[in-house]
Design a binder for this molecule. Structure first.
Ligand code: PEP
Length: 251
């Protein structure tokens, strides 16, 4: 990888204040890999405290409402996320698309709202197993991307795309490295089509069952600029091993 690799942990709905100990260990580990950009997206409830406890890593949210404030019970806005101390947010994760009915249009609006608030964005896309089996995965993922990408003037600013095949998330299954490379090349082509030359700046992360053992191989695939990591980011030991794989690949 010629660009600074970006390794991000998505803690999902895991973590109480007891997990701050793990966050501190992750922060110490990140210091050993200065050539790697590291972030953690804890649940909203931990953002503020985590930000206070770490110095080496970025802190992010896992979702962001399209409005800045108002009568949206249970939701959290971009300005609130920023105020809590986060620097980025994930949008369009497949769990939100599937369980909260999030459409490409809504994901795009969330990405635009997050950027307007000054947050970096990690925009997730990925195909289901049936879509992969149909042989149309690239067509489906690039269409999802076309519909979800932010289109404001600052759109490519601090934007990363995470390619996360739905069937690989939390299952221990990963695509062939050649399939990851092919999908990432297709995503890069779409970014260049939408943003022109600026589309070369966004990192494209792979996500889905990345662990200490498979990280080096996945991170070496074409156009892979980092990883979005679920389960393996909950322990400093396994997350540090992934940072190490990214650090070695970037030397
Ligand atoms: C995720 O949900 O973003 C993810 C990649 O999860 P896991 O690493 O556990 O498959």
């Amino acid at each position: 990888m010629s660009i600074t690799p970006y390794i991000v942990g998505n803690w999902k709905m895991n973590g109480t204040r007891a997990m701050l100990t793990e966050a501190r260990a992750i922060d110490r580990a990140a210091k050993r890999f200065p050539g790697v950009q590291v972030g953690i997206a804890p649940p909203f409830t931990l953002i503020h405290q985590l930000r206070e406890e770490v110095t080496e890593i970025g802190v992010g949210a896992q979702d962001c409402h399209v409005e800045g404030s108002g009568a949206f019970t249970g939701d959290i806005s971009g300005p609130m996320i920023l105020d809590a101390g986060a620097d980025f947010t994930i949008v369009g994760h497949s769990e939100r698309r599937a369980m909260h009915g999030e459409t490409d249009e809504l994901v795009r609006a969330k990405a635009e709202a997050a950027q307007a608030a000054g947050l970096g964005v990690i925009l997730c896309v990925g195909e289901t197993e049936a879509e992969r089996d149909s042989g149309r995965a690239e067509e489906i993922v690039t269409a999802q991307l076309e519909g979800s990408l932010p289109r404001t003037e600052r759109a490519p600013y601090k934007l990363s795309v995470a390619y996360e095949p739905v069937w690989a998330i939390g299952t221990g299954r990963v695509p062939l490295v050649s399939d990851v490379g092919a999908m990432h090349r297709a995503i890069r082509a779409k970014l260049l089509e939408v943003y022109g030359a600026d589309g070369a700046e966004s990192r494209i992360l792979y996500g889905g069952s990345v662990n200490a053992k498979n990280a080096a191989e996945l991170l070496a695939a074409d156009e892979v600029g980092g990883a979005l990591v679920g389960g393996a980011s909950l322990s400093a030991e396994s997350f540090a091993a992934i940072m190490g794989a990214a650090g070695a690949g970037s030397e």
